[in-house]
Design a protein around this ligand. Structure first.
Ligand code: UDP
Length: 485
């Protein structure tokens, strides 16, 4: 097939590892499975080493990555502005540069895909006469809440967290008030209006791609296709579950963190718990102390990615992931590092998560429940301790513990008060050694197989991606004809 007769997807990624990682995987799948040419537009990050390294490593002759220079939003936000608002503002401000880059492409795109924060760029697809899609790199349940939020905005009075009943979304699991996503916690905050706007804009695309799979969330996905329910979406529209899109575990031994992988090699099978709170997660000083004691008391082997404690929000490290020298001796309990020297590894700031989760010695994941981390755990068959911190992670934790049965969580919500060492010890032991953790460990292995099946030729996600590429061709022809009339 000559390149000009080929489909060419232009994909816009928001900043942040949690957005970049799934967009890159989507690009790779479109190339490998559908023979679609792909150009990814990502904002080059001056603040996150992890992002710039990931962009560099992902660039291949087939996967073109165009870096859009970062925009200065200092006059539009202040140091207290929520991450959600900052991302929305950045993606609004890059539109002129993105439009111009698209218009000047030698090989023009035939479809446009934007992620959650890029929905204001959907009209550029219309300007170019090409179909446009939104890629929601998280769960189907999250999508239903986002697209139903404009309705909730009209129907619910007062703050959502103060409601006495769960929020009902047609055909979907209701959302408990304490689980609502961060931008819906305060209706007077700018992030709330940005969230409602995005909820209105998502259905303006020609379809929605989701990083989940049919067999993982069958009820929620079915509700999108039932015109009496619509799962919170405001009109019938194609929803393509194409996941799990996760970075593969490297086939050869990673060349970074060699000591860590040497140590992992020496540990028994499934004996190590990995503790990592995403690209942005931080804990308070008090919570870090309890975490350290909980790990030590559990008497389990562990790898812990630590960041300096903070009194700021739980996502305080979002724009700086992987940076700094990471001297952690000053904020871990006295003697902790010496006492746990033989059973634990403490890694400052950042670790190659996927390669660790994919290592046979790892048997549990203490996670903040970001959706990428969730899928990386499931696709490696690793059970979880759900420790949600920010964004939509409380919903993810509920899904993982109450619907999918692959995680445990603390009795006391970590965002309400400090969770004590005994509770941390209890959870670690439950997923690593206790008999009543068997079911959880078995269930996650079943889901791992189900995810693999979905991605194989003939599987549900493989087929959904094929439908997307063939559908986009038809859609493009319709748009061309309309443009000629
Ligand atoms: N990640 C990593 N090493 C770390 C922390 C995070 O490789 O020390 C990666 C992780 O594997 C995942 C991404 O960063 O792919 C985080 O995305 P997620 O959606 O889990 O959470 P977010 O960081 O967006 O909250």
């Amino acid at each position: 097939m000559s390149s000009n007769s080929k489909l060419h997807a232009a994909i816009l990624s928001s900043p942040g590892m949690g957005h970049l990682v799934p967009v890159l995987e989507l690009g790779k799948r479109l190339i490998a499975d559908q023979d679609v040419a792909v150009t990814i537009f990502a904002m080059s990050s001056s603040t996150s080493q992890a992002e710039s390294q990931t962009i560099k490593a992902a660039t291949t002759p087939k996967l073109r990555i165009v870096e859009i220079p970062p925009v200065d939003i200092s006059g539009l936000v202040d140091p207290h502005t929520a991450v959600f608002t900052c991302l929305a503002v950045m993606m609004r401000e890059i539109r002129p540069a993105f439009r111009s880059a698209l218009r000047h492409m030698a090989f023009p795109p035939t479809m446009l895909i934007v992620d959650l924060f890029g929905t204001e760029s959907l009209p550029i697809g219309d300007e170019l006469g090409i179909p446009k899609y939104v890629f929601i790199a998280t769960s189907a349940w999250f999508l239903s809440l986002m697209t139903y939020s404009p309705t909730l905005d009209k129907e619910v009075e007062g703050e959502y967290v103060e409601q006495t009943e769960p929020l009902k979304i047609p055909g979907c699991r209701p959302v408990r008030p304490e689980d609502v996503i961060d931008p819906m916690l305060d209706r007077t905050n700018q992030q709330y209006s940005e969230c409602i706007r995005i909820g209105v804009e998502i259905p303006l695309g020609d379809g929605i791609l989701l990083n989940t799979w049919e067999e993982l969330q069958p009820t929620t996905l079915a509700s999108f296709r039932d015109e009496t329910l619509l799962g919170g979406v405001t009109k019938m529209m194609p929803v393509y579950p194409i996941g799990p899109l996760t970075r593969p575990v490297q086939s050869s031994r990673p060349t970074v963190n060699e000591d860590l992988f040497d140590w992992l090699e020496r540990q028994p099978s499934e004996s190590v718990i990995f503790v990592c709170l995403g690209s942005g997660g931080t804990l308070s000083y008090e919570q870090m102390t309890e975490m350290a004691w909980g790990l030590e008391l559990s008497q389990q082997r562990f790898i812990w990615v630590v960041r300096p404690p903070t009194t700021k929000s739980a996502d305080a490290a979002f724009f700086t992931s992987g940076n700094g020298d990471g001297d952690h001796s000053s904020y871990l309990p006295e003697g902790f590092l010496t006492r746990t020297r033989d059973v634990g590894m403490v890694v400052p700031l950042w670790a190659p998560q996927v390669d660790i989760l994919g290592h046979p010695s790892v048997g549990g994941f203490f996670s903040h429940c970001g959706w990428n981390s969730t899928l990386e755990s499931v696709t490696n068959g690793v059970p979880m301790i759900a420790w949600p911190l920010y964004a939509e992670q409380r919903m993810n934790a509920t899904l993982l513990t109450e619907e999918l049965g692959v995680a445990v969580r603390s009795e006391v919500p970590p965002w309400k008060k400090v969770v004590g060492r005994e509770e941390i010890q209890r959870m670690v032991r439950k997923i690593m050694v206790e008999k009543d953790g068997f079911k959880i460990r078995d269930r996650v292995k079943e889901l791992k197989l189900s995810g693999e099946k979905a991605l194989r030729e003939g599987g549900s996600s493989y087929s959904a991606l094929s439908q997307l590429s063939s559908g986009s061709k038809v859609m493009q022809d319709i748009k061309k004809i309309r443009a000629c009339k």
